[in-house]
Design a protein around this ligand. Sequence first.
Ligand SMILES: NC(=O)c1ccc[n+]([C@@H]2O[C@H](COP(=O)([O-])OP(=O)(O)OC[C@H]3O[C@@H](n4cnc5c(N)ncnc54)[C@H](O)[C@@H]3O)[C@@H](O)[C@H]2O)c1
Length: 350
Amino acid sequence: MKLLVTGGAGFIGSAVVRQAVGQGHEVVNLDALTYAACLDNVASVADSPLYSFEQVDIRDAVAVEACIARHAPDAIMHLAAESHVDRSIDGPGVFVETNVMGTYNMLQSARALWERQGKPEGFRFHHISTDEVFGSLPNDPSVQFTEDTPYDPRSPYSASKASSDHLVRAWHETYGLPIVLTNCSNNYGPYHFPEKLIPVIILNALAGKPLPIYGDGSNIRDWLYVEDHADALLTVLAKGQVGRSYNIGGENERTNLELVQTLCSILDKLSPRADAKAYADQITFVTDRPGHDARYAIDPTRIRTELGWRPSVTVEQGLEKTVQWYLDNETWWRALQNRAGVGQRLGTKA
Ligand SMILES: NC(=O)c1ccc[n+]([C@@H]2O[C@H](COP(=O)([O-])OP(=O)(O)OC[C@H]3O[C@@H](n4cnc5c(N)ncnc54)[C@H](O)[C@@H]3O)[C@@H](O)[C@H]2O)c1
């Protein structure tokens, strides 16, 4: 199959690109190479005859149309987005431009290609979204996000993703475009850009810096290893029902404080501090993020029962692999720490 993957130089998109090429798919990686991108993430497949790269900004409708027409993919996996909630608080405009208008441009060009080709049944537009569109849950294990949970986004990032989800559904209902949609919980793993919680904690710990926890650390997230997410996405692409959405979760709910404490214990084991003290001593509580959602939790029943998919690792196993990866890949993360805004507290301007 010929796949066009947008955002393939980012964290999750690059995992999709690596796995898809590994499965024998031809892959066109379309990415604007924003501050969050790194082509080293796909270095392992860059020399494959199955792989090609196109530097295209999805806000540029003409460039998107030309690229999609030239490659005529069998399926599009749309991951390109502005993805950092804190940045969306300080500068929401680019989130609307990329996540909403960019998705509109992708849909229009995908639809034009699909119609020119005589509306092949096998074509897919797979939109990759987040569980953050569903809003915030109370701390009650009996309540989780299902595919029928009403949308209630609360940050500029989640509102822009929710808008893009609505456009994708509308293009299916109105024009018949064969779409599938996925809403996933928080990812972590190798190649995670060093402004997100887990890499920040690992890298600050190793540098002897404070480990910042927003508020009291009681916010709950459901953590999924990125390679498992990429596997789930390729499963939904191959077996998902057209017009349907699938929630993807790790079945690994943890408070942020528990998560950081687990990371500290793994670091104590894999890379002990020179003074033999515990990394947990570096934990510091900082002012909370404005509008910080209390809890996200995915009910994964649909993807498990209909598509037979489950995550392959627990959060403890995935975090240990992740910490080891950061210990082994200092050249990768050192280069990214110089990029604008990385290492600074963002998202306090609300
Ligand atoms: N990270 C998570 O925990 C998570 C969870 C669920 C869903 N998602 C969704 O998955 C997708 C990928 O997330 P990620 O964490 O890998 O993001 P990321 O920020 O690591 O990567 C985003 C990629 O998109 C590219 N991009 C941004 N703007 C672009 C534009 N205008 N044109 C073309 N390319 C552009 C960037 O260059 C980058 O390579 C996003 O749609 C996000 O909403 C993320």
